[in-house]
Design a protein around this ligand. Structure first.
Ligand code: S3P
Length: 441
């Protein structure tokens, strides 16, 4: 079979410097914001992965020109309410929940109907979470029980809203903010804390948005229908992609890694906070500010004597895409780690909480799961010898990549399917593994 990898040896020690691909969340937001800016925006380092290229195709379908130049993408933004497209235009979001949910907000002020669809994984995911606030704005969405494919019809007459976002979902928050931009007047959102790239880009663009922090929530107030100018942006490296190599280094023998130019926005740093509490050796150096975001380089050394964690659930949202990897460290810790309220983890590209529990049990780790809480009974001496087959049935890039990291650090003979799933976020994942000395067939 072609679309699989075989791994039969653990990775030898390495001491290297790498870059990982650009941030997916920021790349998709750059595409969407440059589509509604006025004039030509240049986006450098745009992540060239399937999810982001689907975003590029989507805005082209809405009448936005996007030209790939030598080292940037040039978007000719049409301004707010400037999209031009035929009734019943199809948009295919592929595997990307971020693209699908965010673009629905962007379209709230348009009058022609859009038909939005996605791949098998995305078609299983919940869209009620965005349909509900969009209905409050006055947007009509027809769907089969809140899933894709769906039909969305915006309106010139949408009204601003007040909304409480309780899931801690940045996709939902961004959908509401983008819709608010199309609505005359002031929209107020009380949003459980989640990644805040959308707010930071808008602030950088001088868009009228106010944010107040209150405990676990952000109070956001945004004025609609304010045009903004085009912009230039260089997308930094993705901490979620870096995380695979952080954990690879931590679990490898006598290794050191420097990962350059990573976005270290606090709302994304849950993995570092959690792993450092577990005795991982990860340092941020060379911190600097870039257009409202924080950037830095990450220095990681192999670590031992991992401590278990009683993970506070306020960290869940800032580590939401990294839990599969955090669980691997918990599996190698001395003692029992506890994670709570991880219901959102089962709402990702695949039901990751359930998949993680099965995975850990398969490698001989005791796990107790109660609803959305799990206890992982770590074993610092964990060394695998058997054969393991990972069938990544529902395309999930992070399940594939986490399995590769486990195979390269824990031993055993592994066959891992659906190698192509990396193309959604991290097309050169396997070539970096090889550069570090990993043997993959
Ligand atoms: C994302 C938000 C998160 C995350 C996803 C990207 C974003 O999803 O899991 O990979 O770019 O806004 P939720 O907002 O649904 O938690």
């Amino acid at each position: 079979m072609k679309n699989q990898v075989k791994i039969e040896e653990i990775i030898p020690s390495f001491k290297k410097t790498i870059n990982v691909p650009s941030d997916k969340s920021i790349s998709i937001r750059c595409v969407l914001f440059s589509a509604i800016a006025n004039g030509k925006s240049k986006i450098f380092n745009l992540l060239e992965s399937e999810d982001v290229m689907n975003a590029v195709r989507a805005v082209r379908k809405l009448g936005v020109s996007c030209i790939k130049k030598k080292n940037y993408y040039e978007f000719s933004g049409v301004g707010i309410n400037g999209f031009k497209f035929k009734n019943n235009t199809f948009i295919n979001a592929g595997n990307s929940g971020t693209l699908a949910r965010c673009i629905m907000g962007l379209l709230s002020g348009t009058q022609n109907t859009i038909i939005l669809k996605g791949d098998k994984s995305l078609s299983k995911r919940d869209f009620k979470r965005v349909i509900e606030p969009l209905n409050c704005f006055g947007v009509v969405v027809n769907s089969n029980n809140g899933t894709l494919p769906l039909k969305l019809k915006g309106s010139e007459l949408i009204r601003p809203i007040k909304y409480i976002e309780k899931k801690g979902s940045a996709q939902v928050k961004t959908c509401i903010i983008l819709s608010a931009i199309n609505a005359p007047g002031s929209t107020k959102i009380k949003a459980k804390k989640s990644r805040n790239h959308t707010e930071l880009i808008l602030k950088y663009l001088n868009y009228p948005i106010k944010i107040r922090n209150v405990k676990k929530y952000d109070l956001i107030e945004i004025e609609g229908r304010k045009q903004f100018k085009s912009f230039n942006y260089k997308v930094p490296g993705d901490i979620s992609s870096a995380s695979f190599f952080i954990v690879l280094t931590l679990l490898s023998n006598k290794s050191e890694l420097l990962i350059k130019d990573i976005n270290i926005n606090l709302s994304r740093l849950g993995i570092l906070k959690i792993l450092n509490r577990m005795n991982a050796n990860i340092k941020i150096i060379n911190q600097r500010k870039y257009k409202g975001e924080m950037l830095g380089d990450l220095k990681i050394r192999s670590s031992e004597n991992f401590k278990p964690i009683n993970c506070p659930s306020y960290l869940n949202s800032s580590a939401i895409d990294e839990f599969l990897l955090i669980f691997l460290i918990a599996a190698k810790s001395k003692g029992v780690s506890r994670f709570k309220n991880l219901d959102e983890l089962n709402k990702k590209e695949s039901p990751r909480l359930n998949i993680a529990v099965n995975f850990l049990r398969m490698i001989g780790i005791k796990v107790i799961k109660k609803k959305h809480d799990i206890k992982i009974f770590g074993n610092p001496k964990l060394k695998l010898k058997k054969k393991y087959y990972i069938k990544n049935f529902i395309k999930d890039h992070r399940v594939f990549m986490m399995s590769v990291i486990a195979a390269l650090t824990l031993g055993g003979k592994w066959t891992i399917s659906d190698k192509d799933s990396v193309n959604t976020s991290f097309p050169n994942f396997l070539s970096i593994i090889k550069k570090l000395g990993g043997t993959i067939h």
